[in-house]
Design a protein around this ligand. Structure first.
Ligand code: GTP
Ligand code: MG
Length: 457
C-alpha cells in the first residue's frame, strides 16, 4: 500500500525554545530538498541517514527560519518510513509557517496519532506498544510512567506471544491428530491439555488482577476523607495539597460541598475528596453535603477517617467505624497537639485498621500517613523487571474473553466432548489474545485508538 507523505507540528502550540515539524513518507527527502538551504550546495537527500544539518527553511527566495534538520531513512525511524524533523524557533507563527511550506511542497497534514499508526501499520511496533506511547505522554506519576514504558518496550507483547504459542501448539496438535489418526494418537492427551491449561489460566488471572491495581495506580487512588464535623478533615486536605484549598474554621459544619483535589505521592497519585462532617442535621444544605459524603465514600478506593482526638467519640464516629469495616481505610487520630481525650488504644479496640496519630495543625505524622498509603497499595516495591502490569481496559477485556474460552476448553475436556470442540475454543482464546497485539482487529477500532493521540505523534 502506498502511503503519502504526512507532516505535522510535533511540539505544543505555545511560545517555546524550539518547535518541531515532522515529515514522514516516501517524499520526505524530495520535499526537504526543495525548501532547505544549507551552507554551500548541500542536498539533504544525498546526506547519510541519522545526521543533523544546519541551515534555513525557504519558500523560494523568502527565508522563513533558521533551523536544524534531522534526516532518518526508513526503516530506522519512528514510522519506519523516511522521516525528516525540522527544529525551528518555537514561536507559534514561525512553526505554522514552516508546516505550511512543507505542505505547499507536497506533504499532506497528518491526522492525530498518524505517525504512530504508521509505525504500527508498517510493523515496527504492535498495537499494545503503539497504545503505550499515548500512556507515556499522559502518565501522571512514576507508576504510570514505568508501566507504560515497559509496555512500550514490549513486556506485555512478549507475555501475550508466549501464551499464544502455548495455545497454538495444542490447536496444531489436535488438528494433526484428527487429520492423521493412524500416526498421532490422542490417547491420554486430555490429561496433558489440562496440565497446560491450568498455569495458563493462572497467568491470565494474574494479569487481569494486575489491571485492577493498575487502574488505581495509574489513574490515581480515589480517596475520601471522612470524619465528624470539626475533626480536621479540611485542615488535612490543605496540608496534603500544600495550599489553603478548603475553608477551615472552628465552626462545626464548615464544609458543605465535596471538594476534589489531586495530589502526588512519589510513585502514586491520590484523587482526594474533602467532605462535609458526618452528623445528623436539620440544616438543609448541610444535610445534602453529608449525603454526598456518604455517597463518595461508597465509591472510594481508600477512606481516610479523621478522628478528633480532643473530644470523645460519639455516634457519628460509631457510624463511620461501622462503614469502614471491610474497606481499605486508615484512621488518623488528629489534634495530638492538644490534651488527648481519645487514645490510640481506644480506637484500636474498635477497628482492625491502622491508627496513625497526627496533628494537621502542626503538620506532624503526615509522612507516616503517606508511607502507610504506599504500603497499602504497593505491597512493597513495584517490580518492573519480570512482572507485567495491564493498564489498558481493551487489553483487560481481551484477557477476560481468553480466560473464558480456556475455561470452556477445560469444561469440554471434563465432559468428554470430542476433540474438535477444544480447538474451536482454543482458537477463540488465541484470537482474543491476538487483538491485544493488533492482529485481526477492525480498521474502525485502530482508527479510534489513534484518534485519541496528540497531533504530530
Ligand atoms: N489544635 C489543633 N486544631 C486543629 C487540628 N486540625 C484542625 N484543627 C482545628 O479544628 C477546627 C476544624 O478544622 P477543619 O479542618 O475545618 O475541620 P473539618 O473536619 O473540615 O470540619 P467540617 O468541615 O466542619 O466538617 C479548626 O479550628 C482547625 O484549626 C490539629 O491538629 N490541632
Ligand atoms: Mg471541612
Amino acid at each position: 500500500m502506498k502511503m503519502n507523505t504526512i507532516a505535522a507540528i510535533a511540539t505544543a502550540m505555545s511560545s517555546s525554545g524550539i518547535g518541531i515539524v515532522r515529515i514522514s513518507g516516501e517524499e520526505s527527502f524530495q520535499i526537504i530538498d526543495k525548501i532547505f538551504k544549507g551552507k554551500g550546495e548541500k542536498i539533504l537527500s544525498k546526506e547519510p541517514s541519522h545526521t543533523i544539518h544546519y541551515g534555513y527553511i525557504c519558500d523560494g527566495d523568502e527565508v522563513i527560519d533558521e533551523v536544524l534538520v534531522l534526516i532518518m531513512r526508513g526503516p530506522k525511524s519512528y514510522t519506519a518510513e523516511d522521516t525528516v524533523e525540522i527544529d525551528c524557533h518555537g514561536g507559534i507563527l514561525v512553526t505554522k509557517r514552516i508546516l505550511e511550506t512543507v505542505l505547499k511542497y507536497g506533504a499532506r497534514p497528518a491526522e492525530p496519532g498518524e505517525f504512530t499508526k504508521r509505525a504500527f501499520l508498517n510493523g515496527r511496533v504492535d498495537l499494545s506498544q503503539a497504545e503505550a506511547v499515548i500512556d507515556v505522554i499522559h502518565a501522571k506519576n512514576n507508576y504510570a510512567l514505568k508501566s507504560s514504558v515497559s509496555q512500550l518496550e514490549g513486556a506485555v507483547s512478549r507475555k501475550i506471544r508466549d501464551m499464544r504459542e502455548k495455545v497454538i501448539y495444542h490447536i496444531a496438535f489436535i488438528e494433526s491428530a484428527l487429520d492423521d489418526p493412524e500416526h498421532i494418537s490422542l490417547d491420554g492427551y486430555q490429561e496433558f491439555l489440562l496440565q497446560t491449561l491450568e498455569p495458563l489460566k493462572e497467568e491470565l488471572n494474574l494479569l487481569i488482577k494486575s489491571s485492577d491495581n493498575g487502574r488505581v495506580l495509574s489513574e490515581g487512588i480515589e480517596t475520601v476523607i471522612l470524619g465528624k464535623p470539626n475533626a480536621g478533615k479540611s485542615s488535612l486536605l490543605n496540608v496534603l495539597v500544600g495550599e489553603e484549598r478548603a475553608i477551615v474554621t472552628d465552626i462545626a459544619g464548615t464544609t458543605r460541598d465535596t471538594l476534589k483535589e489531586q495530589i502526588r505521592l512519589e510513585d502514586l497519585s491520590l484523587n482526594i475528596i474533602d467532605t462535609a462532617g458526618i452528623r445528623n442535621t436539620e440544616d438543609v444544605v448541610e444535610k445534602i453535603g453529608v449525603e454526598k459524603a456518604r455517597n463518595a465514600a461508597q465509591e472510594a478506593d481508600l477512606i481516610i477517617y479523621v478522628v478528633d482526638g480532643s473530644c470523645p467519640l460519639d455516634e457519628n464516629d460509631e457510624e463511620i467505624l461501622r462503614f469502614i469495616e471491610n474497606r481499605k481505610a486508615v484512621v488518623l487520630l488528629n489534634k495530638t497537639d492538644l490534651t488527648p481525650v481519645v487514645t490510640e488504644d481506644m480506637i484500636k479496640m474498635r477497628t482492625e485498621h491502622q491508627v496513625i496519630p497526627i496533628s494537621a495543625k502542626e503538620r506532624l505524622g503526615i509522612g507516616d500517613l503517606e508511607n502507610e498509603i504506599k504500603t497499602m497499595f504497593y505491597h512493597g516495591e513495584i517490580d518492573f523487571n519480570d512482572q507485567v502490569y495491564i493498564t489498558n481496559v481493551r487489553h483487560k477485556n481481551a484477557l477476560m474473553e481468553a480466560l473464558k474460552s480456556l475455561s470452556m476448553v477445560e469444561q469440554s475436556v471434563k465432559e468428554g466432548m470430542p476433540e474438535d470442540f477444544y480447538s474451536i475454543d482454543l482458537m477463540d482464546a488465541y484470537e482474543q489474545l491476538g487483538t491485544i497485539l493488533g492482529e485481526s482487529v477492525e480498521d474502525d477500532l485502530v482508527n479510534e485508538i489513534f484518534s485519541k493521540f496528540c497531533m504530530g505523534k
